[in-house]
Ligand binder design. Structure first.
Ligand code: SF4
Length: 464
């Protein structure tokens, strides 16, 4: 199959940033609950507001006003998105505010089912039934992200996340340093990060790390040195990053102890320096999802870092002609009009957590990214349905999100997805695999059915 020609790709629509990466995110917030291990010293919340958030962040304020009722949160957010003119047929559900997998099991189940029920506009008897309905619903859940801890990623917990329909997991890593983990009360070790990363990748999840430069007991050199390990050492190599420099937030243990330990947050200049070095180290298969937490000024103690730091750093890197390979800076949705349409397929192969990864990209001659696919030959099959199977961890076609029936105006719905899947099957076949499994959001199962896949366990699989 040849790369689809792009005769009518002329212009990337100027629409809101929120949906420029193809799907519409919808965030729901958990009710306050302290993490089982205690509280990491920089983390606020847990008593009256969800752990690691303050009562001034918009999603938390909405959740608070709705008594943390998840159905009301989904409904309210959906209504707002529709009113604002965003497409709502392809939704990515993002669950934030604590460690979801530590909530009572029944609560987790009802929480997730409630989300599907609202999207389906119909109450189902079971989660399974709700998911079945969602496969063809008006508002399909095409992806789900759960924030988690590295020590909450056992095989049993990963299985549960798959049963909920999760496709992406973000774990708090902060810095790969056991001494700092101890001193900041993280309650886990580097080994936990390593093991969680391997299992999550083998299960096909898209893996995000939260990184925190400027922690107490670290410094600029150490932050950069440890960050380098993230990509040098194949035990880690995440797909995505959120980089949140440490801040002193009211109600956190750090707010009470920072004077005693003589701690100072980084200045804007220091943050820029660390970020600049980090950006240069990020390989082309990783995406920086976000830089800086949006914590309101009145909740901060001491210096408040500027929220425009990412832009300042990126602008400077562009002017300086630095070769930045990170995904977000190369996506078409962020790269304006008049793009060259001379697209080609680029394949990068790398070792990752004792498995083999193939990172397939459709890029033009200026390295602007139109679509990508992550194919993995896992270290081991952690579920029976993945036995002897290559795993597609992500298929993403970039550009403005479109509703399911809309004809492609940019790179979405123009055959890139089909092309990338056929390439994944080809590579798998050439390497002796007879089966491909896709970690598919419930709402994308129909798409894979059309490509010859069928539901097996929680994956879409195909004998090739
Ligand atoms: S694990 Fe996350 S939510 Fe829990 S205390 Fe630590 S930073 Fe806060």
């Amino acid at each position: 199959m040849a790369i689809p020609t792009e005769a009518y790709l002329r212009k990337i629509p100027k629409k809101p940033v929120r949906t420029k990466s193809g799907v519409t995110p919808l965030t729901v917030v958990l009710p306050p609950r302290k993490c089982n291990h205690g509280t990491c010293i920089y983390c606020p919340g847990g008593d009256y507001v969800p752990q690691s958030y303050t009562d001034k962040s918009p999603a938390v304020m909405r959740a608070l006003s709705l008594g943390f009722d998840v159905k009301k949160q989904v409904k309210s957010r959906l209504d707002t998105l529709i009113k604002m003119g965003h497409p709502t047929e392809k939704i990515e559900l993002i669950i934030i505010g604590g460690t979801f997998l530590q909530y009572p099991l029944l609560y987790q189940y009802d929480y997730i089912k409630g989300c599907y029920d609202v999207l389906n506009e119909k109450e189902s008897k079971t989660l399974n039934e709700a998911q079945k309905l969602n496969e063809t619903a008006k508002h399909r859940l095409v992806a789900m992200c759960i924030e988690n801890r590295p020590d909450n990623c056992s095989i049993e917990e990963i299985k549960r996340m798959r049963e909920y329909g999760a496709t992406r997991v973000e774990i708090g890593v902060q810095i790969l340093d056991d001494e700092i983990y101890k001193k900041t009360a993280r309650g886990h070790t580097i080994k936990d990060v390593e093991e969680a990363s391997g299992r999550l990748k083998d299960a096909g999840f898209k893996l995000g790390y939260h990184i925190m430069p400027g922690l107490p007991y670290s410094n600029i050199e150490k932050d950069i040195e440890k960050f380098k390990v993230l990509f040098d050492d194949e035990s880690f190599r995440p797909d995505q990053l959120k980089i949140y420099p440490c801040q002193i937030v009211e109600d956190s243990p750090l707010a009470k102890m920072y004077k005693r330990i003589n701690y100072k947050t980084y200045t804007d200049q220091e943050i820029k320096k660390v970020l600049t070095e980090m950006m240069k180290l990020i390989p082309r298969y990783a995406r920086v999802m976000r830089v800086m937490r949006e914590i309101p000024k009145e909740k901060m103690i001491g210096k408040v870092a500027s929220t425009s730091i990412r832009k300042d750093v990126e602008d400077k890197l562009k002017v300086g002609n630095e070769e930045i390979r990170e995904i977000r800076m190369r996506e078409i949705g962020f790269n304006g009009d008049g793009l060259k349409l001379d697209t080609k397929l680029k394949i990068m192969e790398y070792d990752s957590s004792e498995g083999k990864e193939f990172f397939l990209e459709i890029v033009n001659s200026e390295d602007i990214l139109f679509g990508l696919l992550r194919l993995r030959f896992p270290k081991e099959a952690i579920f029976p349905e993945l036995k002897d199977s290559a795993v597609v961890r992500e298929l993403h076609v970039y550009g403005q999100a479109l509703n399911l029936h809309e004809k492609g105006k940019n790179s979405q719905h123009m055959g890139y997805g089909k092309f990338l899947m056929s390439e994944a099957e080809r590579i798998s076949g050439e390497n002796g695999y007879k089966k491909v499994a896709v970690i598919s959001g419930v709402g994308v199962r129909e798409y894979y059915k059309k490509l010859g896949y069928k539901l097996e366990g929680t994956y879409m699989t195909k004998i090739i």
